[in-house]
Design a protein around this ligand. Sequence first.
Ligand SMILES: [Fe+2]
Length: 375
Amino acid sequence: MVLCLISSSSIFTLQPGRSRCLPKCMGVQNNGRYLMKEGDVTRHKIIPSARVDTVGLEVFVVSDLHTEYSENMEWVKGLPSKGKKKDVLLVAGDVAETYEKFVLTMSFLKDSFEHVFFVPGNHDLWLRREKENFVDSLQKLDKMLDACQTLGVETNPSVIDGLAIIPLFSWYHESFDREKDITGIRIPSLELACKDFRACKWPDGLINGDNSLAAHFDAMNDKNQDTVQEMLARCNQIISFSHFVPRLELCPEKRMLFYPNLPKMIGSDFLEARIRYIHGARGSTKACHIFGHTHFCWDVQLDGIRYVQAPLAYPRERKRRMNGGEDWLPFCIYSNSKLTESMSPCYWSDYYASNPRTPDVTELAPWVARFYGKL
Ligand SMILES: [Fe+2]
């Protein structure tokens, strides 16, 4: 499942299929719109390059750990412990639904990596299973950030061996989605589809559904403005990261999604503005932003910035996707003093490398049409 949707099944999402083959639904040609080139189909398993012999600092990334799933917690526990190696893990949100599991997960990760950075995701701020009596989700966030400080987990920008790492707080807003809506099928409302509306609780003035939460979380980055300015002046290489999605192009188009309104609850324009402030309007060969939330593996260059998502995701999603399954490890984004090669395969970013984005086309993809009883 991509988000926190109605059902615990993955019916609203489309994830890459089993290794070395396209999902059957993608093999169906529909006026050429969904067909990938033959060359794109032959894929190699992701080699996340964890703990390979390299010199100097290595930076690994992962998002959407969801350790309320025992399989995912076992995965975290099974990560190799650090030896003498200096390495960094960027955790791009959605670690666990409860504070207790969050603390446990982060302490395991801190055992495995010398430096761990974290930004919160929506699931981290859910209250529905909390034994603790949090007044609201922001109070829970404060307590999580305190726990990070105690554990030695970084939540503020920091420079390690000349590499600047900048965590960015964010939240989604509906107006992020500017593409044509799908009509003619009964799509559940956002309030029904997204559990955040019920599982989070906000103080007066903050509402899921307008821009207030996105603006609030974005403003949390202001306190680091001077630090970021200083980093921009003295660091050649900068990696920023967030939980939410900074650009619409980092999500499949609506007609291909089981929940076509997904783009309304994934991203933030405030976030992209922050990223451009950091990396420049035109980016550079060294500009990189890591994100999470949608559980789609992604690795693409857009307007001079490399955007990467490497989610652990739910156990059932890992079984289905072609790149890694249970062998999945954090993806190495930086080693030998430079960004690493592109993650491969990344189903949807590979697809868009060969196919233009045509959001004005609203004819449903065959698998979506079938799901809504239109085939
Ligand atoms: Fe999320």
